[in-house]
Design a protein around this ligand. Structure first.
Ligand code: G
Ligand code: G
Ligand code: MN
Ligand code: NA
Length: 253
């Protein structure tokens, strides 16, 4: 209960921070950064979301937290340097603020307007379970944002219950292949087969594919052969503080 009160207060006075993990193209250039929230706690050091997201959940603060992350990430990203004049997109995880919320489009549009960021630099990541069986009104709201340039990504694809066949019903332009399959690539033939099948299916349906949790050069090499569009993982970089991320962008590849 104490932690919950402190979290509420941190949200009200910008007491959380975002770290950014680069997502790179096949040539190693940064194309996107995923915002990952951390809490510099006065007594307990830098807290990981694994520790305080359950507290946010418990305290009914997830929507407020997502809204804070969205506003902050778009504001920070609007000031990033542009390597070779190519702007880098920013990806935000949503768990409490969902497309079905009546104020979803408003909240996103306000964050975009406040930050001045271009619409087509915004990626919203949702887990599979938040994207299945959506009422048409919700799909319509998402389509409005997509029309302006926003992209939706299915996070952790392959961990939900939905099958490959349901991919065609998911309203998302980007598929993020869960690191569970990526970690087996080069070791376990069935993980390789899953990765290959997801990429082939995604391509056939006009979606782009991101491999999560790429940790070795071997995994990167094999996935390049499969035709993955973008890569994220410790091989390239961990999530780093904003200043460090800006430095990465100014240095180039
Ligand atoms: O960054 P890290 O690996 O510690 O993240 C752990 C989990 O917390 C991941 O599932 C990640 O998606 C989630 N997470 C990290 N940052 C955010 C955020 O800003 N909003 C939401 N909703 N989830 C986040
Ligand atoms: O659920 P989501 O995919 O948003 O989670 C993002 C989290 O994945 C980050 O908080 C980060 O800690 C973790 N992560 C990022 N890259 C790697 C990686 O290469 N290996 C592993 N094991 N975890 C990673
Ligand atoms: Mn994510
Ligand atoms: Na993920």
């Amino acid at each position: 209960v104490h932690l919950e009160g402190q979290l509420r207060e941190a949200l009200n006075r910008d007491g959380l921070v975002l770290h950014y993990q680069p997502v790179v193209g096949p040539d190693g250039r940064v194309v996107t950064a995923e915002a990952l929230v951390r809490w510099p706690h006065p007594d307990r050091g830098l807290l990981s979301p694994d520790v305080f997201l359950p507290v946010a959940e418990q305290g009914d603060l997830m929507k407020e937290l997502d809204r804070w992350v969205l506003r902050t990430a778009l504001k920070e990203a609007s000031a990033w340097p542009e390597p070779d004049g190519k702007p880098v997109a920013v990806a935000v995880n949503l768990a409490g603020l969902l497309p079905g919320d009546p104020d979803f489009v408003d909240i996103v549009a306000t964050a975009v307007a406040e930050s001045g960021i271009a619409w087509d630099r915004v990626i919203l990541e949702l887990v599979e379970t938040s994207l299945v069986d959506l009422p048409s009104r919700t799909r319509q709201a998402m389509a409005e944002l997509v029309e302006r340039g926003v992209r939706f990504a299915v996070d952790d694809f392959g961990t939900g219950y939905s099958s490959l066949a349901r991919l065609k019903d998911l309203p998302a332009q980007i598929i993020k292949v869960d690191r569970r399959f990526v970690s087996g690539v080069g070791k376990d033939p069935s993980d390789f087969a899953v990765a290959q099948a997801v990429v082939d299916m995604a391509r056939a349906m006009g979606r782009s594919c991101v491999a999560e949790g790429v940790e070795t050069a071997m995994q990167f090499h094999i996935l390049q052969g499969v035709g993955v569009d973008a890569y994220q993982g410790w091989l390239f970089s961990r999530a780093v503080p904003p200043r460090e991320f800006r430095a990465v962008l100014s240095l180039g590849p």
